[in-house]
Design a protein around this ligand. Structure first.
Ligand code: F6P
Length: 404
């Protein structure tokens, strides 16, 4: 169910731009963000259709706009991907992300018409970049590893991809004001231009798009050190650290300091999290949004006590842990909504970040970063005294865990 009450509204996010301008990076970020917020979201990539149906290895000339031998075939792949996206909208999809160059106005006009007949509104997201340094880095980091270049020498693959870009550039026309609603992201987010953005969801997406930047810094997620409540099995509260918890704080500080001199450190406002980050040597940023799930009338009880005193509540939580809301407290779904500002800040944060928080909160942040379905989040394994290190890769994160 869409989280903003806009049931029945359907939005196609149509990517536009030359190759190696970060379209897939942006598309995948949007997909993950929307799915995490609870929208039924699908990403389709026309390049994948081409690779599956025509084979990955095609010379630059294959992509020439005036290559009459391949043009029909390429349009066919674009149409097949759009057909699948529209079918999925017909089955209850809410936001579809159509990832292709869509460089020519005629193609975009066809997309607009087909979406209009299916009752789907369109938001164009165009990535524009003329900075040769950014383009070269993007080709080297993200394109040479494509199946298109398996077994091809790096310098040869690089030259071929530049030639492919040049073919697309011959017929590329940026989205014009009369084509509808658009966002243009210029030079990896340095400038953002919008036109005819209306309504809650498109505005929210523009806000998110303004923050995302390609980064290479790691993110470390950790629960606080062991607290007095952890030892007695009580949930919630604001208990202090135990001796073991304080030892973990020292080990965590050494772990982070061995990897960076300038971490950003974010904690919840609760004593056990603040104290776990106290030896880090930087002033942490404390967020109420990072506080543990509010267990309402169950705060301070053990799971056994909840089961004995409120068996119906205990059973209801076991039934649907993601949606279950503690009386006068929160559900995991609520925690996601309140963590959105943290996600937005995380996306634009350039330096390594350590987040010290709590089990439910770390599960939800991890779920966002690793693209886990909402329902899985409450069941993710996040033990005490373990740092989860997530390092950005092309479009995802590489995970390592360190038990300290
Ligand atoms: O037990 C530690 C704790 O952080 C509690 O404060 C919190 O209620 C709980 O974990 C969250 O985990 P779960 O959703 O599995 O109950």
């Amino acid at each position: 169910m869409s989280p903003d009450g806009a049931a029945g509204q359907k939005l196609a996010v149509v990517m536009v731009g030359l190759p190696a301008r970060g379209k897939t990076f942006v598309a995948r970020k949007l997909q993950r963000y929307l799915a995490w917020l609870g929208y039924r979201t699908l990403w389709v990539n026309v390049g994948d259709y081409r690779r599956a149906r025509a084979g990955a290895k095609q010379p630059a000339a294959y992509f020439a706009p005036d290559n009459t031998a391949t043009r029909g075939e390429r349009e066919g792949f674009a149409t097949a991907a759009l057909d699948d996206l529209l079918d999925w909208f017909g089955k209850g999809g809410e936001v579809g992300i159509y990832d292709a160059t869509n460089a020519e106005p005629a193609r975009r006009e066809r997309i607009l018409q087909r979406c209009a007949s299916a009752g789907v509104s369109v938001l164009f997201v165009e990535t524009i970049c003329d900075d040769p340094a950014i383009i070269t880095a993007n080709v080297r980091q993200n394109k040479l590893g494509l199946p298109d270049y398996a077994g091809v020498r790096a310098d040869e693959a690089f030259r071929d991809f530049q030639a492919r870009i040049a073919q697309y550039a011959r017929s590329y026309v940026p989205v014009a004001d009369d084509e509808g609603s658009y966002v243009k992201l210029v030079d990896a987010g340095k400038q953002v231009i919008t036109s005819r953005i209306e309504g809650y969801l498109p505005s929210r997406l523009v806000f998110f798009l303004m923050q995302i930047k390609p980064t290479h810094r790691p993110i470390w997620l950790s629960r606080h050190g062991e607290s007095v409540f952890n030892v007695t099995g009580r949930i919630g509260g604001d208990a202090p650290l135990t001796g073991r918890g304080r030892e973990y704080a020292a080990l965590l500080a050494a772990f982070v300091q061995a990897r960076t001199a300038h971490p950003a450190v974010w904690t919840s406002t609760l004593e056990r999290a603040v104290d776990t980050a106290a030896l880090m040597g930087v002033v942490p940023r404390t967020w109420r949004a990072l506080d543990e799930i509010d267990a309402g009338i169950c705060d301070g009880l053990t799971y056994e006590e909840i089961r004995a005193r409120m068996p119906d509540e205990f059973a209801a939580r076991a039934q649907d842990k993601f949606r279950y809301r503690y009386p006068r407290g929160e559900s995991y779904a609520d925690v996601i909504q309140r963590l959105e500002p943290v996600i937005v800040e995380l996306e634009r944060q350039p330096s390594p970040v350590l987040i010290v928080a709590h089990r439910a909160v770390i599960r939800v942040l991890y779920g966002y970063l690793m693209g886990k379905p909402q329902d899985e989040c409450p069941h993710l394994l996040v033990p005490l005294h373990t740092v989860v290190q997530l390092t950005p890769t092309e479009y995802d994160y590489c995970e390592e865990r360190f038990a300290l």
